[in-house]
Design a protein around this ligand. Structure first.
Ligand code: NOJ
Length: 541
């Protein structure tokens, strides 16, 4: 293997990957839903932004009950997004522009429209086709009670009864039956799905609910005090983060390793003590650092997380994978608009408009991104964060699409507010997203956040991201060494690759070290930065 190829195989270690929520990125065929044609037409934008790769949320055939995380056919593209030929063309165009493409694999559950589930429910109780899922009899004299007390992540019981009396397990929506990963056909089929997409040029996968899959075979009740969604530290939870899952990951990794340069990134909501198990060299290449995502905007909360990631690099060569927003959480420009003690975390969070200071939120969002982009490891950006987009907190109930809204009996609005289509232009239909009314309405102030409104405007969030990505590419590499600089409790400061990074979380201005200021996320007099500002300074060696 030549040095160049070897280096390319490790591309992911320092990559910036842009998350495309395909439904909301760009609508090429004018039906109000984003699609492959729209994304293809905007690839130049992503190349010019300066990212290395795209991760595209599920694009498979799906009833879209959970935004495509309910897959009916893993080998077909949903007709609303395009077709297989379109996906291959997209991968090829992206590669021509030097961009890698990651798809999203959903192995914990299928859609209830999947051929396996249809076969299972049209068969009789006890039929072998039901063994690919979790079908059980109910409890109580006539089986009218669910088989155990597990709850769905989206609200309500995790079991639904079908007409013939059997119950099936769905840790998410009723339309997302959980697969039985002890079944050999399930195991074999996913190995084949990996190959199917690798053979079409996909560079890797983000793996959904990577800490799920394996269940305690006796399906015991959740003991009192054990949280339904919490993070246990010893692998004893009946359905999250069980030790058996690692054997499955190793099988997948061996398929990935039979190709060159493929990457698998885990969506694993597990404790920091257990996360390194997922990052062993025969398992995932990356796992999102969700603690960094959920941490409030304080130096005290963030410094130890960076410290921990550095120790991980030192101890087992796993690179950190930083992220501030995704399609499941409130956009960070809005989370940070609240006082640190009120900043919501997790997928079932809501915010109330009245408490928000969006100006403060945007300043912090910019500072946070400039801090993240200087850290060792890879970075995932969520579409629209480079525009400084806020969460749309006031979507009217009649447009809400997230199953969380219905399953919580209209108590929690869910995640639609971070999925509102991207504004490309200041005016025109759907602010350039497409010709038709978009599947979620955009607020009028999205005009000012549009790509058009920010392009070429000094100090805009878009130009700040473009500058930072260009500087990162020019100065930082996976091997750049990291050294802390002590500038007091309210400042996170470090030196990496000849750049000193200073983030001021405090109320007082902070004196910058000598050197050339390469960028600041907010105002600076050339010697100091104020509250909620990050600076990158090239320090004389
Ligand atoms: C995590 C995905 O990111 C989320 O959008 C989805 O609802 C759940 N997994 C279930 O697949």
């Amino acid at each position: 293997m030549t040095e160049a190829i070897e280096h390319d195989d490790l591309w992911w270690r320092q990559a910036v990957t842009y998350q495309v929520y395909i439904r909301s990125f760009a609508d090429g065929d004018g039906d109000g839903t984003g699609d492959l044609a729209g994304l293809r037409s905007r690839l130049g934008y992503l190349r010019d932004l300066g990212v290395d790769a795209l991760w595209i949320n599920p694009w498979y055939e799906s009833p879209l009950n959970d935004g495509g995380y309910d897959v009916a056919n893993y080998r077909a593209i949903d007709r609303r997004y395009g077709d297989l030929a379109g996906a291959e063309a997209l991968i090829s165009d992206a590669h021509d522009l030097g961009l890698k493409v990651l798809a999203d694999l959903v192995p914990n559950h299928t859609s209830s429209e999947h051929a396996w589930f249809r076969e299972a429910i049209s068969a009789a109780p006890g039929d072998a086709s039901r063994d690919r899922y979790y079908f059980r009899s109910g409890r109580g004299p006539d089986g009218t009670e669910p088989p155990n007390n597990w709850q769905s992540v989206f609200g309500g019981p995790a079991w639904t009864r079908i007409d013939d009396g059997d119950w099936y397990l769905h840790l998410f929506d009723v339309s997302q039956p959980d697969l039985n990963w002890d079944h050999p056909e399930v195991r074999a089929d996913f190995l084949d799905i990996f190959r199917f997409w690798f053979d079409r040029g996909i560079d890797g996968f983000r793996v959904d609910v990577a800490h799920g899959l394996s269940k305690d075979p006796s399906l015991p009740d959740l003991a009192a005090g054990v949280p339904a969604f919490g993070i246990e530290q010893d692998g004893s939870h009946p359905y999250w983060d069980r030790d058996e899952v690692h054997e499955i990951i190793r099988e997948w990794r061996s398929v990935a390793d039979s190709y060159a340069g493929k990457v698998m990134v885990a969506e694993a909501w597990v404790s920091p003590e257990r996360l390194p198990m997922y990052l062993k060299s025969d398992q995932y290449h990356q796992s999102f650092d969700f603690d960094f995502l959920t941490a409030p905007w304080t130096a005290a909360a963030r410094r130890p997380l960076i410290e921990r990631a550095i120790q991980l690099i030192d101890s087992n060569a796993a690179m950190p994978t930083w992220v501030l927003s995704n399609h499941d959480v409130i956009r960070h420009a809005t989370r940070f608009a609240l006082a640190p003690e009120n900043q919501p975390t997790g997928i079932n969070a809501s915010v109330v408009d009245d408490d928000l200071d969006q100006h403060v939120g945007l300043n912090r969002a910019r500072a946070a991104a400039m801090l993240m982009l200087a850290l060792p490891g890879s970075v995932y950006l969520y579409q629209g964060e480079e525009l400084g987009l806020r969460e749309v907190t006031d979507l009217p109930p009649e447009v809400l699409d997230d199953p969380i809204w219905e399953r919580t009996g209209h108590k929690i609005k869910g995640r639609d507010g971070c999925r509102v289509p991207i504004p490309w232009t200041r005016s025109g239909p759907a602010f350039g997203f497409g010709e038709a009314a978009p599947w979620l309405p955009q607020p009028s102030d999205f005009a000012d956040f549009s790509v058009e409104a920010q392009t070429g405007v000094a100090g805009s969030t878009l130009e700040l991201y473009r500058s930072a990505l260009a500087l990162r590419r020019a100065h930082l590499s996976a091997g750049s060494t990291f050294a802390w600089i002590d500038m007091g409790d309210d400042v996170i400061a470090f030196e990496r690759g000849g750049i000193t990074n200073v983030t001021n979380f405090g109320d007082e201005p902070v004196e910058l070290p000598n050197g050339t200021i390469l960028l600041t996320s907010g105002p600076s007099d050339g010697h100091t930065v104020g509250t909620d500002v990050t600076a990158w300074i090239q320090t004389p060696s």
